[in-house]
Design a protein around this ligand. Structure first.
Ligand SMILES: *[C@@H]1O[C@H](CO)[C@@H](O)[C@H](O)[C@H]1NC(C)=O
Ligand SMILES: *[C@@H]1O[C@H](CO)[C@@H](O)[C@H](O)[C@H]1NC(C)=O
Length: 184
């Protein structure tokens, strides 16, 4: 009982430390991170996003490691207009595990940091609204559509520690037929 409490306090403490100083996964390895992921968790506080919360699906993405260390992320999103595919380009920074990208929608450079991953099961990814300032989104990625509860709990605790409200922390259901199955 007591060890559990200590362990929980330790985890919360570590998460708060991460909050104070955003550090990517130690010894981040892009080759191991590449490949297929499902976005099985999303924390996003934007007021304009509230009406869409219960429509979010666990999108599938493919991380492609480019030879120069940059990344292309191909994402399939189930939208009211059908399954849409988008390619996002992330540029590496001096810090392995941290990337920048230019948001055409918001017309500014944002950054994206792989905070924690064990490559084979899950990854927690943090996105800033303005480079290095103001968290905008935390995502939990899984190699499959169901990740273990300990990874989900880690993601939720991290999002809460950054000030995301409980209602903004989502674990969406799988997307249906997106990307479309090739059988038809
Ligand atoms: C990466 O994405 C860019 C922009 O969409 C595209 O021009 C390029 O061919 C992609 N590279 C790979 C290896 O997929
Ligand atoms: C990654 O995390 C999962 C779930 O938390 C765990 O079952 C698995 O053993 C871990 N893999 C490695 C290589 O640490």
């Amino acid at each position: 009982m007591r060890t559990t409490v200590v362990a929980v306090v330790m985890v919360i403490f570590c998460v708060m430390m991460a909050d104070a100083d955003v550090k990517p996964q130690r010894d981040f390895n892009l080759q191991r991170f590449a490949g297929k992921w499902y976005r099985v968790g999303l924390a996003y506080d934007s007021a304009s996003f509230v009406p869409f919360r219960d429509k979010v699906k666990a999108s599938m993405g493919i991380v492609t490691a480019l030879p120069n260390g940059d990344v292309n992320l191909t994402m399939w999103d189930a939208t009211p207009l059908g399954c849409q595919v988008m390619v996002y380009s992330y540029e590496k920074t001096n810090l392995p595990g941290q990337f920048t990208y230019f948001s055409t929608r918001h017309n500014m450079v944002k950054d994206i940091t792989v905070m924690d991953t064990n490559y084979t099961d899950y990854a927690v990814v943090l996105k800033h609204k303005v480079f290095n300032r103001e968290y905008t989104q935390v995502a939990l990625y899984g190699r499959t559509q169901t990740v273990r509860i300990d990874a989900i709990n880690k993601f939720k605790a991290f999002a809460l520690s950054l000030g995301f409200s409980r209602g903004s922390i989502l674990t969406p259901p799988p997307a249906e037929n997106c990307p479309p199955s090739r059988s038809g």
